[in-house]
Design a binder for this molecule. Structure first.
Ligand code: FES
Length: 354
């Protein structure tokens, strides 16, 4: 028998610990009984295993569906094996019937703590710190259990805000509303709602708002010190020329009946964080995990965030923190669907889950 067709060994990737310097042979044909590794069963087909050497000791996700274009690693192709994204099966829904609904800790605002340190947060504007036209709310930091990401909500009144600088971490901004420009070290980038902006570590930036702007900002690695220089230093990093990315439906990636578009990612030089915008139809995803730590902002639509034993309602403006590997499911209850923005560390593809 000669065939080029791989078969699906498993419709999800395999989580495997690899050791630095060790060589592995990933099964590309799907026929091995020793998944995800080759046992010689490709004999008689035209497919061959993919050999690779681990650069570092780490946990990796090796493709199980054999449809990846990034073999041996999962690239999220398993999400599109069917027309509909994997929904929670009936047994899973039944097993979650007694999940506890967690209220916010300050009435209508504040945190609802879920399992494993995950939470849903409705920002409390009373906690904002103000500097000139800029007010800032801290939403996720190491004090909330984050290991890598920090996450803020910034509101800039019309006019020029003070310069702001994070010495040790890249700042990845997402303009939720308003319009104007973000000035990075003297270089101006026009922005409107749903624009992603990439500021390199050590660069000062400010808002030049034509009308009040609201932006969410991930700083990664977390930069505990923020400075407010009187002037920009003029050290704009010319190695990274693309700094603003707008939503563009022609660049959206389909993932079954969902979509996502990476705004700030490795393509423009963001090696720590990936920022994306995504769309979810009315549905309840099956429980899954990611190897990355993530912040999600609900832009439109309502629903429920589920973890193993708890749930919390979500609505536009709410922020979700998900530690790496936390089992979760986001349910969208709106007929018109849900739109969300996510930022995660380490950088990669938002389609990769297990
Ligand atoms: S058994 Fe599948 S590639 Fe060798």
């Amino acid at each position: 028998m000669k065939t080029d067709d791989s078969v699906i060994a498993k419709a999800k990737p395999f989580l495997v610990s690899v050791e630095k310097g060790r060589k592995y042979a990933w099964c590309a044909c799907g026929r091995s009984q020793k998944q995800p590794f080759c046992d010689g069963s490709h004999s008689g087909t035209t497919l061959k295993p993919v050999l690779f050497k681990a650069e570092i000791t780490e946990d990796v996700l090796l493709c199980g569906c054999k449809k990846t274009k990034a073999g041996p690693f999962c690239d999220g192709a398993h999400n599109s094996l069917q027309d509909v994204y994997e929904e929670a099966p009936d047994e899973e829904i039944a097993s979650m019937q007694n999940a506890q609904t967690i209220p916010r800790n300050k009435g209508d605002v504040g945190k609802a703590m879920l399992d494993g340190g995950a939470y849903v947060l409705t920002p409390d504007l009373a906690d904002a710190n103000r500097n000139g036209t800029l007010s800032e709310l801290s939403l996720i930091t190491h004090l909330d259990g984050a290991k890598f990401l920090s996450f803020f909500q910034l509101s800039a009144g019309a006019g020029q805000s003070p310069w702001r600088l994070h010495k040790n971490g890249d700042s990845i901004l997402f303009v939720v509303s308003g319009k104007g420009a973000v000035n990075i070290e003297g270089e101006k980038f026009d922005v409107t709602s749903e624009t992603g902006i990439f500021v390199r570590k050590g660069e000062a930036f400010r808002f030049e708002a034509a009308e009040e702007m609201c932006a969410m900002m991930a700083v990664c690695p977390e930069s505990k010190e923020v400075s407010w220089p009187d002037q920009p230093s003029g050290r704009f990093d010319r190695e990274t020329l693309i700094r603003s990315v707008a939503v563009d439906d022609t660049k959206a990636n389909a993932m079954a009946d969902r979509f996502y578009q990476v705004l700030v990612g490795e393509e423009i030089g963001s090696t720590e964080v990936t920022q994306f915008i995504g769309g979810v139809p009315k549905s309840r995803a099956a429980f899954h995990r990611h190897l990355y730590e993530e912040a999600i902002v609900i832009l439109s639509g309502v629903g429920v965030m589920w973890t193993e034993t708890r749930r919390a309602p979500v609505k536009p403006g709410d922020v979700i923190f998900l530690p790496a590997r936390q089992r979760h499911s986001l349910e969208c209850m709106s007929g018109e669907g849900m739109r969300l923005m996510g930022a995660f560390y380490p950088a990669g593809s938002p389609a990769i889950n297990y």
